[in-house]
Design a protein around this ligand. Structure first.
Ligand SMILES: [Zn+2]
Ligand SMILES: [Zn+2]
Length: 564
């Protein structure tokens, strides 16, 4: 039994009836409890002048799986960062890992926790590589984690979709296959990347619009997106389809994005790294911001949520399942090297180093577009704060991003340093909104928890997990969010003033939707003919998941009552 009292902090908890209130919080054996004046507490912290929030949750960050490792190998020079012991404070835990834009597993955990984050979700786990992804995430200390499994470019899915025709006569099979794949890979949801496009690339197509047919399977991205979104809805998986849309990074791709929203026909979905999908073709350079069109669509569709994938300037490495688009971008690699791969005919992968520059017209506009989206969407519950780590920037730049969103004069100063044509003409320069602490709390913990169906995380209500970040009030929001004074994970102090103090093993979030086992007949045949693993060994059991994840707790999330 341990009891702790956090006294007199300004508690920002958007899920509660009093979202912004100075009050006490009690922690009882790792859970939030009702403060009790008569109780004897083992520890009392005076938090006057501090802001208290739930631990941060990153719902889209590349922290495990094949391409993250490829990025680490490709960016060997990145591992000199923070790798020199002389430059580091004498903290043995921190010496154990390094890397800036492609950090190792240990550094990933430490850097997140030092900023007050307590959970991260890998968005692109390939089914045949799920064990590896879980092991890698299990090696990340402290953070709870989970992953979305990639579907929609795998040969079996496209074959089933083609066989069912536009009216999807075999929809039950597609739904069962989706459920089985989530189950077998112990995923938290499904991500589709460039729907049908990764596969089309292997048939020599170099682009695929939402209503364009895959030359071999004769199906369209519209069909892929709609069938997967419907399957997840019917299965009651809390996190809706996680969509990396068509034509990532292409000028004029706002049309694909709007077409994708229309293809969903009102089904819920999460559109990820939406900044990379909000480009127009106006102006002399035929590349313009379509942020306002995107914002209008999000405001009009409350069933749609987004994360931004903000870019920030400097060196990073892009790692994506989108082989088609990464192949197209490989000419821009900086430094000049890249990796492209296929993974058992199931998905793809491309890793391209990138250096975003303030004086590049395109990069400056990308920066502006991300911020215009953050500030334009009315309901913060529809927006999650991400940089699509490491694609837009490493996650360690979140405090800087938060300051840009909360401090207009700081934002205007930064804007003035950018390519002059962008700085002079963008809509951002007249946007006056400054996000509040409560809105930042929604975008960094409450909304991601709700979008994932995590009932006892991302909030500080009675009974919730005591994942807590305590920040010292500071008008410089970057300083404030960079180094919380205290970070607790399930009630254990894991960081104090930017120093790691304990490294408990994080838990694994996953869902287990039901399916008709008859689908295994089809799957067995398919894996026998095409897979490298014997079908009987594909599915990961609970025991094995626990071993993969370093003995961390299993945190299954309940599905809703399906709507089929
Ligand atoms: Zn993506
Ligand atoms: Zn991503």
């Amino acid at each position: 039994m341990s009891r702790m009292l956090l006294k007199g902090g300004r508690v920002i908890d958007p899920s509660s009836a009093t979202p912004d209130l100075v009050r006490d919080i009690a922690v009882h054996d790792g859970r939030i409890a009702e403060p009790d004046a008569a109780a004897a507490y083992d520890q009392t912290l005076d938090l006057a002048g501090s802001v208290v929030m739930a631990g941060g949750i990153d719902l889209h960050t590349h922290i495990g799986g094949g391409k993250v490792n490829l990025a680490r190998m490709l960016m060997a020079e990145d591992h000199r960062e923070r790798g020199n012991p002389i430059a580091l404070p004498a903290n043995a835990l921190e010496l154990a890992s390094c890397g800036g834009c492609a950090p190792g597993t240990l550094a990933t955990g430490y850097r997140y926790v030092e900023m007050g984050y307590t959970a991260g979700f890998e968005p692109a786990m390939v089914p045949s590589n799920a064990r590896h992804a879980h092991m890698e995430m299990g090696d990340v200390p402290v953070l709870d984690h989970g992953a979305y499994v990639m579907l929609g470019n795998d040969e079996l899915f496209l074959q089933l979709l083609a066989e069912g025709g536009p009216e999807m006569r075999n929809f039950a099979q597609i739904r069962d296959y989706t459920a089985w794949t989530i189950h077998a890979s112990k995923a938290m949801g499904v991500k589709v990347v460039n729907p049908a496009g990764i596969s089309a690339f292997k048939f020599n197509q170099r682009k695929l619009d939402v209503d364009e047919k895959h030359v071999h399977w004769q199906v369209t991205p519209r069909q892929v997106v709609h069938s997967l979104a419907r399957a997840l809805k019917e299965l009651g998986v809390p996190h809706p389809l996680h969509i990396h849309g068509s034509n990532l990074g292409v000028a004029g791709n706002i049309q694909s994005t709007l077409d994708t929203i229309a293809a969903l026909e009102g089904l819920p979905a999460h559109l990820t790294h939406i900044q990379f999908h909000s480009y127009g073709t106006e102006g002399p350079k035929k590349f313009s911001s379509a942020a306002l069109q995107l914002v209008e669509a999000v405001n009009a569709n409350p069933q749609i949520s987004i994360d931004v994938g903000q870019i920030l300037f400097g060196q990073t490495v892009t790692a994506s399942g989108d082989t088609m688009r990464q192949h197209a971008n490989s000419g821009l690699a900086n430094p000049r090297k890249w990796v492209g791969a296929d993974i058992e005919g199931m998905a793809g992968c491309g890793v391209v180093p990138f250096r975003y520059r303030e004086q590049s017209y395109v990069n400056a506009l990308q920066w502006v577009i991300g911020l215009e989206i953050f500030l334009g969407v009315r309901n913060p519950w529809q927006v999650v704060l991400t940089t699509d780590h490491p694609n837009g920037a490493p996650f360690t730049s979140y405090p800087h991003l938060i300051r840009l969103l909360m401090d207009r004069s700081f934002r205007d100063e930064q804007l003035a340093r950018l390519h002059p044509e962008v700085a002079a003409n963008c809509a951002l320069k007249s946007m006056t909104r400054e996000l509040t602490l409560a809105e930042i709390a929604v975008m960094t913990r409450s909304a991601p928890a709700r979008l994932l169906g995590l009932k006892d995380r991302g909030q500080l209500g009675i009974g919730a997990a005591a994942d807590i970040a305590v920040y010292r009030e500071d008008h410089n929001r970057e300083d404030m969010f960079r180094t919380p004074s205290h970070v607790f994970k399930d009630g254990t102090l894991v960081a104090r003033d930017g120093r790691i103090t304990a490294t408990p093993v994080g838990g694994t979030h996953f869902v287990e939707p039901g399916f008709d086992p008859i689908i295994e007949k089809t799957l067995r045949r398919h894996w026998q003919d095409h897979g490298a693993i014997h079908f009987d060994n594909v599915a990961i059991s609970h025991d094995e998941l626990c071993r993969c994840c370093n003995g961390g707790r299993l945190l299954p999330t309940a599905c809703f009552e399906g709507s089929a």
